[in-house]
Design a binder for this molecule. Structure first.
Ligand SMILES: [Mg+2]
Length: 245
């Protein structure tokens, strides 16, 4: 099988391309805060925890995320309230972005630069329509924008089903011209890990706040607390990423 080697009886996989989620992987973007702020009048914003954001909202198309969040918070008529909630969230997000509320995770920036230097093809795949504008504002060490590192860009691609459906991962792999099983999806949300696994891709979980359990349970082959831990040469040579069961 292409790209697969056996090493001491264990399956090792050579990663030939990366498919990266944006929010929570590359950018410390203010989606979570915007969803929380927009709850005013519907539920106590303090009940919208990071866990609810990661497990119910992250990675989903906006309206679907709104319904899931409202249901998780026990708001009556979640479907009926979701549209207005999603619109308020978007307005709040845009205000936060305008006021400089988007920062790259520095380990994410270094990871993309190391992968680009190693010639690893990369795709970005975020359900967020704001991802391009935010990535364009993040500068690499040579002054270029982070967005230019990706040969395939599916950000804001809203003509397919959202994660955990594998559609966006399969489309990214097709555009990269690499079989999904040789692609490594980098994700911070269980929903995104499930999308990767459903596409037969490998999944690397990023758990900066120590929440590795749900990512492992969703099928992440490996979970790191910083992308600085990832050895790019190890990835491409098949010595770093074990196959998932
Ligand atoms: Mg994410």
């Amino acid at each position: 099988m292409g790209g697969e080697t056996l090493n001491a009886g264990r399956h090792r996989f050579r990663v030939r391309a990366l498919i990266l989620d944006v929010d929570g992987v590359l950018l410390d973007s203010p989606h979570e805060q915007a969803w929380r702020d927009a709850l005013t009048g519907l539920a106590d914003p303090s009940r919208f925890t990071s866990r609810i954001y990661r497990e119910e909202v992250a990675g989903k198309p906006r309206l679907q995320g709104a319904v899931s969040a409202l249901k998780a918070l026990g708001v009556g008529n979640a479907e009926g309230e979701a549209d207005a909630y999603a619109i308020r969230k978007q307005a709040r997000l845009e205000a936060l972005i305008r006021s400089g509320g988007v920062r790259p995770f520095l380990d994410g920036l270094r990871f993309v630069e190391r992968a680009a230097a190693a010639g690893l093809p990369m795709a970005v795949a975020s359900a967020s329509r704001n991802a391009d504008a935010m990535l364009r504002r993040c500068k690499r060490s040579d002054g270029g924008s982070l967005l230019e590192c990706f040969s395939v860009n599916l950000n804001g691609c809203d003509n397919g089903p959202g994660k955990p459906d594998p559609w966006i991962v399969l489309r990214a792999a097709a555009e990269l011209r690499i079989p999904p099983r040789a692609c490594l999806v980098v994700e911070d949300a269980p929903t995104g890990v499930r999308a990767a696994r459903a596409a037969s891709a490998l999944a690397l979980g990023v758990a900066r706040s120590g929440d590795a359990g749900p990512l492992r349970a969703a099928g992440a082959c490996r979970v790191v607390s910083s992308l600085d831990e990832v050895d790019i040469e190890g990835l491409t040579s098949g010595l770093w990423m074990d196959a998932c069961a």
